[in-house]
Design a protein around this ligand. Structure first.
Ligand code: PHB
Length: 390
């Protein structure tokens, strides 16, 4: 006999989307159970991007024990660098908002501690294998625990916050997939022991390709440079890494230090065809992925679940289905804006392997147009700091 666990909302995935959703639901008195294939330690160690929009920060700051305001750092701008010159985009001056640099795994530590402290049922090491009954009012997750024992979670609603290889997505769109675009480049990312090379992020376009100078702390820095998607992270010596980075950020001298972590991040743009079927929905990376250039990933996940939490409150507390019926459409408006923004930042700053001399000069014309126009800088600042949720 298979054990059945009952809850109101069953969530697959204890990443930012799943954890924030459980927090919002709990604030409205709605119970949930979260399943995740990984261990807590694995989740807390996953290295991801670090830029949070003001709206994301405001929400995280309401969570007990959050360190977003103490460990996170407010950034009031970024620099766009091309042809050896830096151009600052002043966020508060242009958009009235800022962003925060707070690495995702730190936000996850806060969220996990707060949810576990509040008695949230989170089951680690559990693999969801299927979701059944989307069209009825008792959807369920079929799962197997870390000892190989099968069980089911039956709920009023099932949410897939289970990342780009989502199992829950299959219950929604079957094999219908979605809309996607591959890019002919990836990012070579490093963590190094060095002091900051700049106070704010530098997004640098150079004839050899893109580089991003980011930060982590007074002693650890995060940097990336455009590379071939098939590149081997171990193939470059430290000297080659620094030579590439210095050449890609012309006009500045980067502070160098021992490289203690390196990875190649392949990227693509993806939006699932359907975000909901009956009583099953997908959010975050399960529903969409963006290239990292626009720093939108986690912010988009949080926006999805803020909207979904409101719709689930209406459904489960007031039997009002209308907000849920409008949820996917409302979420998709923001998702496609973020898709466009991420694609735009990516194509404006990277050098495609097949780029012609025309493409290169057109790209410089585009960068010049953006930085020399207040409207252009404002457009970038609004997109980067995130559009209000309404
Ligand atoms: C990072 O710090 O990891 C980071 C920052 C901005 C991005 C992507 C990654 O656009």
């Amino acid at each position: 006999m298979t054990t059945t666990v009952r809850t109101r909302v069953a969530i697959v995935g204890a990443g930012p989307a799943g954890l924030v959703l459980s927090h919002l639901l709990a604030s409205s008195g709605i119970d949930s159970v979260i399943l995740d294939q990984r261990s807590r330690a694995d989740i807390e160690q996953t290295i991801r991007a670090g830029i949070l929009e003001q709206g994301t920060v405001d929400l995280l700051a309401t969570i007990d024990g959050s360190r977003v305001h103490t460990v996170g750092q407010r950034h009031d701008g970024i620099e766009l660098r091309f042809e050896g010159e830096g151009h600052r985009i002043d966020f508060p001056g242009l958009a009235g908002r800022s962003v925060w640099l707070y690495p995702q795994h730190e936000a996850l530590k806060d969220l996990l501690a707060a949810r576990i402290g509040a008695g949230q049922d989170i089951r680690f090491g559990v693999t969801a294998t299927a979701v059944e009954g989307a069209d009825g009012d008792r959807p369920r997750i079929v799962a197997v625990d870390d000892a190989g024992v099968p069980f089911e979670v039956e709920a009023d609603f099932v949410v897939g916050a289970d990342g780009s290889h989502s199992v829950v997505r299959k219950a929604i769109s079957g094999s219908h997939g979605g809309f996607f675009r591959e890019y002919p480049f990836a990012w070579f990312g490093i963590l190094c022991e060095a002091a900051p090379s700049a106070e704010e992020l530098i997004y640098s376009n150079s004839p050899d390709g893109f580089a991003l100078v980011s930060q982590r702390s007074a002693t650890v820095q995060r940097m990336y440079f455009q590379c071939d998607p098939t590149a081997d992270a171990d193939a470059l010596s430290e000297a080659q890494i620094w030579e590439t980075l210095q050449r890609r950020v012309p006009g500045t001298t980067l502070v160098e230090g021992r490289v203690f972590q390196r990875d190649v991040l392949r990227f693509r743009s993806f939006v699932a065809r359907d975000l909901r079927r009956g009583r099953v929905a997908i959010v975050g990376d399960a529903a969409h992925t963006v290239p990292p250039t626009g720093a939108k990933g986690m912010n988009l996940a949080v926006a999805d679940v803020i909207l979904l939490a409101r719709a689930l409150e209406a459904l489960l507390l007031r039997s009002d289905e209308a907000p849920l019926d409008g949820w996917a459409e409302a979420a998709l408006v923001r998702i496609w804006k973020a898709q466009h923004f991420s694609w735009w930042m990516t194509s404006m700053l990277h050098v495609a392997p097949e780029a012609s001399e025309f493409d290169r000069r057109r790209q410089l014309g585009e960068l010049r147009s953006v930085v020399s126009s207040e409207a252009g800088r404002t457009y970038l600042a609004e997109g980067y700091t995130g559009w209000p949720l309404g």
